[in-house]
Ligand binder design. Structure first.
Ligand SMILES: Cc1ncc(COP(=O)(O)O)c(C=O)c1O
Length: 388
């Protein structure tokens, strides 16, 4: 593969002082647990959860398990008293293993097999999301036991991952679907949306809240059973640029939009990325190096098929950190598999590394290990917990 001519300009932290405490900490962890690692800092997750809770005080938070379904992470959310957004039987089983009640979950996958609905009901989940008539019909046999949210699509070019491309009905379809549900004897309790993941523009949340407010009021003007739940989804951004996102300031317009809603409406959100991204750090080791076509190549023991899979599936670019100084060279950081796409950073300007050096990836909690593969039968990074 020829290197990309575009320069990789992600944040690169260089901390080469000999007594650097964080370098020492990572070396110690590798000496104890081996490499590669994912270090989950439970205190960071607690801080993120509390920060989002205080930025959106009227909103109940349901952690989107898909972002990082590790049992240790579920345990911390459980301790914090958070809810869980699940989208599959596998995610439900993870919670079952923790003896977490289905009552604390919402099932947000708009498309479900009948078996999935029955399993989720047996688990105790009662809130389900749909976005079309076929899915509404699937709920008819269980209508006395379910509360349904109708997912509305709001396309968002501002988001890194536009989740309204695949799911959600158009706002103009909402009224008819509520009527259809009524005819089927199903109670639509409210609306939900997702403005797209890593949505750095809070006005997208505001527009969606305002539109849902209008739709719900119009429907409630004539409905027998009013809509009274609004689920504002996820999308709250992680700090991949290391700019210091102030979540309270980011949420100020969202808070203002929510303050316009009737006070007795129940508000919920399904954050994943914002909560867990900064709480997990990747530690990899340079297993080999070479010089090819004028580039310094470094081969790590973790890569695109492992913890860095989010660079492919999620389009995230993670800030890196090295503990060497000196002249910078055009460099390529590759993963351990035999595949050419297994490249973490192409054409990045950095000091020369040596075999055995550590390379740190920051903000690596969301959609990273969640999408890893076992290609080449290379073992996963081991997740360890600190500050539990
Ligand atoms: C239905 C649903 N809810 C919540 C989330 C979590 O979103 P985020 O990680 O952007 O907060 C996702 C992400 O894919 C999703 O699909």
């Amino acid at each position: 593969m020829l290197p990309n001519e575009k320069i990789d300009q992600r944040p690169l932290l260089i901390n080469a002082e000999p007594d650097n405490a964080s370098a020492e900490f990572y070396r110690q962890q590798v000496a104890i647990h081996g490499s590669p690692l994912l270090i989950f800092n439970a205190q960071v997750l607690r801080n993120q959860f509390k920060a989002l809770q205080s930025a959106l005080p009227e909103v109940d938070l349901y952690y989107a398990v898909k972002a990082h379904p590790d049992p240790e992470i579920i345990h911390v959310i459980d301790q914090l008293g958070g809810g869980f957004d699940i989208a599959s039987a596998g995610e439900m089983n993870l919670l079952l293993a923790h003896k977490i009640s289905g009552r604390r979950t919402i099932h947000t996958h708009p498309i479900k097999k009948d078996q999935e609905i029955r399993d989720a009901l047996r688990f105790g989940a009662t809130t389900f999301v749909v976005d079309n008539l076929h899915e509404l019909k699937k709920l008819v046999p269980y209508r006395s036991r379910v509360g349904v949210l109708l997912r509305v699509s709001f396309r968002s070019a501002a988001a890194m991952v536009d989740l309204s491309k695949k799911f959600g009905c158009a706002p103009e379809e909402v009224e008819q679907l509520v009527k259809d549900a009524d005819d089927l004897g199903i109670h639509i309790k409210g609306l939900s949306f997702h403005v797209g993941s890593q949505c750095t523009d809070a006005s997208k949340h505001v527009e969606a809240i305002e539109k849902c407010h209008q739709l719900m009021q119009e429907i409630n003007a004539t409905a027998n059973k009013p809509l009274s739940i609004l689920d504002i989804g996820g999308g709250f951004p992680a700090d991949y640029e290391l700019q210091g996102i102030d979540i309270n300031a980011f949420c100020a317009p969202i808070r203002a939009a929510l303050a316009q809603l009737p006070q007795d409406w129940h508000l919920i959100a399904e954050p994943g990325r914002y909560l867990i991204a900064p709480a997990v750090t990747s530690v990899t080791t340079v297993a080999g190096k070479s010089k090819r076509n004028g580039y310094h190549w470094y081969y790590l023991d973790d890569g695109i098929y492992g913890s860095y899979s989010g660079q492919l599936f999620d389009h995230a670019i993670y800030p890196l950190e090295v503990f060497r100084d000196g002249e910078h060279y055009p460099s390529i950081i590759a993963g351990p598999t035999c595949d050419s796409i297994d490249v973490v950073a192409e054409n990045i300007s950095m000091p020369e590394l040596e075999i055995g050096d550590l390379l740190i990836g920051h903000q690596m909690g969301a959609y990273t290990a969640a999408t890893k593969t076992r290609f080449n039968s290379i073992p996963d990074a081991k997740l360890i917990v600190i500050n539990d």
